[in-house]
Design a protein around this ligand. Sequence first.
Ligand code: SF4
Ligand code: SF4
Length: 271
Amino acid sequence: MSAKSAPPPTPPAKPRASKRLDAADYDRLLSNFAAPIASLDCGRFCAPLNNGEPVCCTTSNAVPVLDRGEWNLLTARTDLWSRFKPKDAAGREVVREAGRLCVAAECKGAAFCERDNRSLSCRAFPFAPYIDRDGVFSAISYYHGFADRCWVISNLHIATPRYLREFFIAYDRLFARDHEEWLAHKDNSIAMRRVHSRRRHRFAIVTRDFAWKWVRPHGKGTVAIRDPAREMKAFGPYGTPAAYRAAVKDAGGQVSDKIVREVFARRASKD
Ligand code: SF4
Ligand code: SF4
């Protein structure tokens, strides 16, 4: 296995052989998925758009859903997590969908974050396993529904090989045991292709050899992205400094010139 690639994909569990991971399994899985996306605090870039809190750490944007084994592990070793208490119909739907096998949860907030006790979804976000048309977990994509708020989605190329490798290994382990998890991500990948085909848009994936590619709409295959920092799209407020300042103002936030410079520092100019 090359240091410049992740291991080949493990076949997903067959439905009849499927087993949920228990607390000990999650302990192993999470302790091997600890690398940050990159050596920077991206929460400083999206927080001015979200009342000063990182977008993915507020339940008004995303409610973490923990597998029962993961919940048992984390609640046995920290008081960071509690059950999510819905305040509206959408929240009640999240709890209902979590069902018996999972727990809709909330943490104490970004100021109290404990890196070692983050959930799998905290570690993965905004990236998502990409199951291709052959049913193979061949690449990593992202949750496009957050493109208007999440800075990382406008800077996907910052993800380090170490982070991507740990991501592949963690989800390989999960899918090798739990057919339902594989199925959920397969459905998510189908939805990703469908939405982008409808809009005639391509979207980015990163493969197991850490090469970035476009998935072209309507099943027209993939094509290499030669210069990700230059070619990949920046979304919404992250398109230009003026758009970012305007979005922060609209959100009632404030931002320093230094942060604005940092927000755009990792994107290459297109000219
Ligand atoms: S991953 Fe995205 S939403 Fe979460 S803190 Fe970083 S920029 Fe914000
Ligand atoms: S545990 Fe940390 S990373 Fe996860 S939602 Fe809470 S503050 Fe964010």
